[in-house]
Design a protein around this ligand. Structure first.
Ligand code: NAI
Ligand code: MG
Length: 522
């Protein structure tokens, strides 16, 4: 079988030009010229103020289009976390936020959502120069998710309540749902604003206060969001942001004696450290949203073009830096050859290049570490005997661009079938029967999500119930909404982001029991 060669870098070669107008990329499409925003906020945000770190140290945050430093950002560590926790503690123990009515908290959260919407383009551009995300897609999709999420939980803020319980004898009982207290949020770089909102919105709704530790790769949009939070009227100390590294600032949060809960999104490896630190300190509540190696199972009976498009987006969206990427594609034998041909044909319409260009589909990987990691996995796939259908190489001299890469003849025990690559790499495998599909789909330590493409209702039902994962998409992929619970099985973690269930991570249940009339001991 012949496949097209991968000549698909259509945009001009990537060049970083902080502060300049990128006309060559945008004018041909009649799209308004995008000016890379000035980076306004680079300090820690504690108790409503932007402040330097106690040590005075800073670190360079880089643009993945070139690898160049775009801004020096305050490097917070344990001492700064201590100060931020004190501010959050004070705001929780004595401040007005937890004591306001849920309705009033909701109104402030709605204002915050409006401000994020108004500044969506600037936020999207900051994410692009930090994470290599596509500006237009981030604006349309990530910003919209974030604002919807805040609005969803704003509406929930005045609907948090306990239950009255049935008691035997002369007693009555009810439960209270109370905010857990000071929450530490440690987030990664692939969806900074989305994850900020997914964590901040339910935390704000419950009346908790919080400290965010953005990833060292992508602090800029989170600092901007902190500024907007203050503008919206969220009281000082309720949202604090400590920029810095994981083993210092992150670990100081997960091991802090005065942090009541920690909510982490990132690698399984660090998730274990966070849980260990919580156990070794004050047994704070832990929730973890970790990696994935999600299967997409494609049956013979589906429209082949729909299957190819779904698989393509499942793997290559956000350059594969997605915890729910459908990186294991299982195709039933009847359509296998045709699928290979069509999926490889797709390469010629896929543009890799500068994420500010609205014609581009795939920007650079986030940093050198991830770039090297993805290329190492591609080498391991070749070494272990998988067939490289297309791609496999870095693009250009500068920046972290990688060709969309497709492997076939992938065996279940190969690293590219087992490990989370977190890059634009598709592994395709063949199956015969539904039983084999279920067994292979479950052959992973992860359990975040899975996709099933079939027109047979019985097959869809059976496979949905047989895959051990927190989310299943039937005849679609990666559809997420604030109202739909999102979380993992197995080593993908536990606890729900999104859905009303997300509130539970930030609430404690208290039972109150009283005699109906007199004390029984009178
Ligand atoms: P990571 O798990 O090291 O980083 C995530 C966050 O945890 C960052 O804010 C980081 O500073 C913080 N962190 C790191 N070490 C810590 C520690 N000891 N204590 C507390 N916080 C700590 O992820 P990394 O190194 O950026 O990426 C490695 C791999 O992790 C990726 O290739 C991918 O496979 C996976 N990953 C999964 C994500 C997801 O969405 N589930 C997001 C990012 C990475
Ligand atoms: Mg790491």
């Amino acid at each position: 079988m012949e496949f097209p060669s991968s000549t698909f870098l259509k945009s001009s070669s990537p060049s970083s030009i902080n502060g300049q107008i990128i006309d060559s990329l945008c004018e041909s499409n009649g799209v308004s010229k995008l000016k890379i925003p000035e980076v306004k906020f680079t300090k820690l945000f504690i108790n409503g103020q932007f402040v330097d770190s106690v040590s005075g140290k800073t670190f360079g945050t880089r643009d993945p289009r070139t690898g160049d430093v775009v801004a020096e950002v305050a490097e917070g560590d344990k001492e700064d976390v201590d100060i931020a926790v004190k501010a959050a503690r004070e705001a929780f123990d004595h401040g007005k936020w937890p004591r306001m009515s849920g309705f009033d908290r909701g109104r402030v959260i709605l204002k915050f959502a409006d401000l994020i919407e108004q500044h969506g383009e600037e936020i999207a551009m900051l994410e692009s120069i930090n994470s290599g995300k596509l500006v237009h897609l981030t604006k349309e999709s990530d910003i919209q998710f974030a604002t919807n999420c805040l609005r969803y939980f704003a509406g929930a803020a005045d609907k948090i309540h306990g239950e009255t319980l049935k008691c035997t004898g002369e007693f009555q009982a009810y439960t209270l749902k109370e905010p857990v207290g000071v929450v530490g949020h440690i987030i990664p770089w692939n969806f900074p604003t989305v994850l900020f909102a997914a964590k901040a919105a339910p935390t704000l709704a419950t009346g908790c206060t919080m400290i965010f530790k953005p990833a060292e790769q992508s602090p800029l949009s989170i600092l901007y969001l902190a500024y907007l939070a203050k503008e919206a009227g969220i009281p000082d100390g309720v949202i604090n942001v400590i920029t810095g590294y994981g083993p210092t600032a992150g670990a100081a949060i997960s091991s802090h004696m005065d942090v009541d809960a920690v909510s982490f999104t990132g690698s399984t490896e660090v998730g274990k450290l966070v849980m260990g630190a919580a156990a070794a300190s004050n047994l704070k509540t832990v929730s973890l949203e970790l990696g994935g190696k999600c299967p997409l199972v494609i049956f013979n009976d589906v429209d082949i073009n729909m299957a190819v498009q779904t698989a393509w987006q499942a793997v290559f969206f956000n350059k594969g830096e997605v915890c729910i990427a459908g990186s294991r594609i299982y195709v039933q034998e009847g359509i296998y050859d045709e699928f290979l041909k069509k999926v490889t044909d797709n390469v010629k319409d896929w543009v890799v290049g500068d994420p500010f260009d609205p014609q581009v589909h795939q920007g650079p990987q986030v940093d050198k570490e991830q770039f090297d990691k993805v290329l190492r996995y591609i080498e391991s796939g070749k070494r272990e005997g998988a067939t490289l259908l297309t791609g496999g190489k870095a693009i250009g001299e500068k920046g972290y661009y990688i060709e969309p890469t497709i492997f076939t003849d992938v065996k279940e025990d190969m690293l590219i079938a087992q490990d989370e690559i977190f890059g634009p790499v598709m592994s395709i495998m063949k199956f015969k029967t539904i039983e084999e599909a279920i067994e292979k789909a479950n052959n992973t330590k992860y359990g975040l999500a899975a996709g099933i493409l079939t027109n047979d209702l019985n097959t869809a039902n059976r496979v949905s119930r047989s895959i051990r994962a927190g989310g299943i998409w039937v005849n679609c992929y990666m559809i997420t909404e604030s109202g739909i619970p999102f979380g993992g099985y197995k080593m993908s973690g536990f606890g729900m982001d999104s859905g009303l269930q997300a509130l539970e991570k930030y609430l404690k249940v208290k039972s109150v029991i009283t005699p109906i009339y007199n004390s029984p001991w009178l």
